[in-house]
Design a protein around this ligand. Structure first.
Ligand SMILES: Cc1cc2nc3c(=O)[nH]c(=O)nc-3n(C[C@H](O)[C@H](O)[C@H](O)COP(=O)(O)O)c2cc1C
Length: 185
């Protein structure tokens, strides 16, 4: 089996991340890979926002404020969790898709393209020696969070990608039998 096939079959998200995160040339490679996501009609729907260092604290404050707006009864534990969540990785990449009207490319295909770009960021991060995990949750669908991040009205969040170095061993990948998922027609 080629190294690339082996790599693809072993891809593994990492919820526990630590420093260092990618920077400099690693980031350039990761985003070049992301920009090779399939893209119907070359609409280039995706863009990427990085949040690192102390900006993660500011983002945590935004998440906390928005949680309170969504749920004024949120308890202290939930507020602390929201505030601290960006600190779970040295780098966050927000994958953003601009959803446009197009005669041949429905909005769902533009979101699919963004999802492919998100997966490419994860794969390229792992290929560069890092690890990551795709998260969403209510904040990803909250217009106040989007506005706080500077998104326009026609933009949406596809993913919060948490990227860093794997903290601890990779989890065991459950063996799956391809015959349960693949059939011929
Ligand atoms: C669209 C999307 C949203 C996700 N959101 C979350 C999330 O908010 N929290 C979480 O723990 N995992 C979330 N996951 C799942 C993880 O990214 C990951 O796939 C899962 O932990 C399984 O690990 P694996 O990718 O190594 O199989 C999401 C996955 C996708 C595709």
């Amino acid at each position: 089996m080629s190294d690339i096939l082996q790599f693809l079959q072993q891809r593994n998200s990492s919820p526990k991340l630590t420093t260092p995160g990618p920077s400099g040339p690693d980031m350039e490679h990761i985003f070049r890979a992301a920009l090779r996501a399939p893209d119907h009609a070359r609409m280039r729907p995706s863009r990427f926002i990085t949040i690192a260092q102390e900006r993660r604290v500011a983002f945590g404050a935004l998440l906390e404020r928005c949680l309170l707006l969504r749920n004024p009864d949120a308890d202290e534990a939930a507020l602390i969790k929201a505030r601290n969540s960006p600190l779970r990785a040295p780098l966050l990449v927000v994958v953003v898709v601009k959803v446009a009207l197009h005669p041949k490319v429905p909005p769902i295909e533009q979101r699919f393209s963004g999802a492919c770009a998100a997966q490419a960021v994860l794969l390229a991060s792992e290929a560069s020696g890092f690890a990551g995990i795709w998260r969403t949750g209510a904040a990803a669908f909250d217009r106040a969070v989007m506005t706080g991040l500077g998104l326009a009205e026609d933009e949406e969040i596809i993913a919060f990608l948490y990227i860093g170095s794997r903290n601890g061993a990779a989890k065991v990948i459950p063996p799956l039998d391809t015959t349960e998922f693949v059939s011929s027609w």
